[in-house]
Design a protein around this ligand. Structure first.
Ligand code: V47
Length: 383
């Protein structure tokens, strides 16, 4: 037992906010089992025995990207081998297939495509709404939103750009593109990408117009533990502001993403270990006391570790995914799917109750591919 955790444990059991120093103490501690116990306490206080999952589809519409982030193995340059871009027809077919298979959500992100026009993105959203009216479209990272503002020649009108996307069918923003909110790491690993202030501005603007969003942190590359804590504190402050200002949208979920070195320019780095993953998920739960949900993304953490992580503060294991092109652990296959029955089995075996949710964490009931919203218990409806 790490005695340095005693004071932190007192705070957690008294439901008091942890400081940045507490966050650092937790990240430096080897006592991963105590950290897990504390995170489990905080998780159960909010969600009891419930663990959420969803039936979703990821769609990466193009890997052509104007940026060259060193951690990324997904991007290609125009005319480079393996570069691709889906047509609106391809996307419509995928939406129709996803709806026929009972998916409630499409999670859509891509590179910063140098020549696609703004209409491509609004056409994509409208086409999906027409092909699959019940589908929630969670799409475009803050980095893409800033790019879309530029290509629509409204670089300073994030509000208008997000409104256009919302009117076309955008349901919420995913948490990607945040990486690590630190200028040194930014300049070394993802130079050219937006910095923390713009990432946070996009999410605040989305919250102002009533869109919910998620947040990520990409860890286990060249960042320091201090950088991780600073990132989490910035997210917590942003959510405090959204709550204080009573914005109609909020952050829902934090998704800590372990760096996958394979085939990236940082391939020589080892990436985080399993214990680092567990510690990081737990620290997200403990530090981000104003974020309702902590998600383990099994595509990156693996399903085995995500199952274990349910005891380290995680209450959400994302979904069935099906196709994923951004990271491919141990291979090159974009078909990365887990059946809903396997997600439920993993949750049950860990001692939790699996609950299917939609993107906004409303409970879903289904009969095969047909689904509808269940009557919501009050505590869940308010998350
Ligand atoms: O923005 C890219 C990251 C993100 C690597 O909102 C990498 O529900 C690890 O944001 N190793 C996309 N990570 C994924 C993402 C996400 C995933 C699941 C759910 C949600 C949500 C969001 O993946 C990118 C980038 O930060 N990424 N390359 C890599 N080599």
């Amino acid at each position: 037992m790490d005695r340095l955790l005693d004071r932190i444990a007192e705070k957690v059991y008294a439901d008091q906010r942890l400081s940045a120093d507490d966050g650092l103490t937790l990240l430096r501690s080897r006592d991963v089992s105590t950290i897990g116990r504390l995170a489990d306490h905080a998780r159960r206080a909010r969600h009891g025995n419930t663990t959420y999952y969803n039936i979703n589809r990821h769609l990466n519409y193009s890997n052509i990207c104007a940026l060259s982030c060193k951690f990324c193995s997904f991007y290609r340059k125009k005319d480079q081998d393996g570069a691709y871009q889906y047509s609106i027809d391809d996307i419509t077919t995928q939406a129709r297939d996803a709806a026929a298979a009972g998916a409630t959500e499409m999670h859509i992100v891509g590179g910063l495509h140098p020549w696609l026009e703004f209409d491509y993105y609004t056409d994509m959203l409208r086409a999906i709404r027409q092909a699959a009216p019940m589908m929630h479209v969670k799409a475009f990272t803050a980095v893409e939103i800033v790019h879309l503002a530029r290509i629509s020649k409204r670089p300073h009108e994030l509000d208008a750009v997000l409104q256009d996307l919302k009117e076309a069918g955008l349901g919420s923003l995913p948490g990607g593109g945040a990486e690590v909110f630190d200028d040194r790491v930014h300049d070394e690993v993802f130079k050219g990408k937006i910095r923390s202030d713009q990432w946070l501005e996009v999410h605040e603007t989305a919250h102002r117009i009533g869109l919910r969003s998620n947040a990520t942190i990409l860890y286990g590359h060249i960042e320091s533990l201090e950088d991780r804590v600073a990132h989490l504190c910035m997210l917590r402050e942003a959510q405090d502001r959204a709550i204080e200002n009573d914005l109609p949208g909020r952050f829902q979920t934090v998704i800590p993403l372990p760096f996958i070195p394979d085939q990236s320019e940082l391939e020589h780095l080892p990436g985080p270990t399993g214990l680092d993953d567990l510690r990081m998920l737990a620290v997200c739960r403990l530090m981000l006391d104003n974020f309702p949900h902590v998600k383990a993304f099994w595509i990156m953490q693996t399903l085995a570790l995500s199952q274990l992580a349910l005891h380290w503060g995680v209450d959400d294991i994302d979904g069935t995914v099906v196709w994923y092109d951004i990271t491919k652990v141990g291979g090159t296959d974009t078909h990365q799917e887990v059946a809903a029955t396997d997600l439920r089995r993993a949750v049950r075996e860990a001692g939790f109750d699996p609950v299917e949710r939609d993107t906004l964490y409303r409970r879903v009931q289904r009969d095969g591919a047909r689904w509808w919203l269940a009557k919501q218990p009050e505590a869940v409806a308010s998350t």
